[in-house]
Design a protein. Structure first.
Length: 301
């Protein structure tokens, strides 16, 4: 028994919500019918897909395998529908784009998206702010069509990658601290300063942690924030120094009285990369956005 689209949607909804009742409501089907579909699928393949308890449901090991394939199959079905509708109605569709906060704030991504909207008003772009690791994972699993990453980690061979922009990491401090700091700041000296961390688990945090480990040191943060806005406000109040790309610094520096000091390290120059699934696997709308973002299709910003 091969699972059908409805059963796959019910199964994934149950995982998302932790409840068959919630999955049935989301999918517009009776709870008993939803449960029977999952039970029939389990019986047909001789495996338990959901572990059931008073607190709801969670996937078994076999359920995790089914979930991965189900997401890929439903993503393929979505791409097929998008392409057929675009052919019938002309240049319409939906694209999921993942990007880090530093790419959204510090690079001309908003301007590129505005240019894309002018050219293709029928294509909706869903922009999600995520970490580099999440963007890479989402593209690989079909949750996102395109993604921007700032990590220099190796990209799996099944994902296409293009260099997009470069940025430089700065130590951002209150302007009043400038006289006691050098023109260029070695990372070893930065570690001795009070630090304000930015986005724990993000590519920048991992980069700094790895640099500290190479020196046999550990980073000690006064604060760890989830957004550039919070980090620069803490720095402006004198709580310490943070590290951020030069493009992000330009947004905040002048009106908060901050100064950016280049980090004197080779790894402080980063390449922002645009990742996607292979072109033939992308829906038409995503291929259009890829062309505008990469500059291969008109109206570059």
């Amino acid at each position: 028994m091969a699972p059908d689209w409805i059963t796959l949607r019910i199964f994934l909804a149950a995982l998302d919500l932790g409840s068959l009742t919630g999955a049935a409501t989301r999918c517009g089907i009776a709870v008993s019918a939803a449960a029977r579909r999952i039970q029939d699928l389990e019986a047909a393949h001789g495996v338990q897909l959901l572990a059931r308890s008073a607190r709801g449901v969670r996937p078994t090991a076999a359920g995790e395998v089914l979930a991965a394939h189900a997401r890929a199959l439903l993503a393929m079905e979505q791409r097929l529908g998008d392409d057929l509708r675009a052919m019938a109605a002309g240049e319409i569709g939906r694209v999921r784009l993942d990007a880090t906060a530093s790419v959204i704030v510090g690079h001309p991504l908003p301007e590129h998206l505005a240019a894309f909207r002018r050219r293709y008003p029928g294509i909706a772009v869903e922009l999600a702010e995520v970490t580099s690791a999440a963007a890479l994972r989402n593209v690989g699993e079909g949750r996102a069509d395109l993604g921007f990453i700032t990590t220099d980690k190796v990209v799996p061979p099944e994902i296409e990658v293009r260099p997009w922009r470069e940025d430089r990491l700065l130590a951002v401090a209150p302007a009043a601290w400038r006289p006691r700091l050098p023109e260029r700041l070695p990372f070893a000296a930065l570690i001795d300063e009070p630090l304000v961390g930015l986005v724990a688990g993000g590519a920048l945090a991992v980069l700094l942690e790895e640099a500290a480990e190479r020196l046999g040191r550990a980073l000690r943060y006064s604060f760890v924030t989830a957004s550039p806005d919070a980090a620069v406000r803490l720095v402006a109040a004198g709580h310490g120094i943070t590290v951020m790309p030069d493009g992000v610094m330009r947004v905040y520096g002048d009106h908060l009285g901050l100064v950016g000091i280049p980090l004197d390290e080779p790894w402080a120059r980063r390449t922002v990369r645009l990742v996607s699934r292979p072109g033939p696997e992308l829906p038409a709308a995503a291929r259009r956005l890829l062309g505008v973002l990469s500059g291969s299709e008109g109206e570059a910003v």
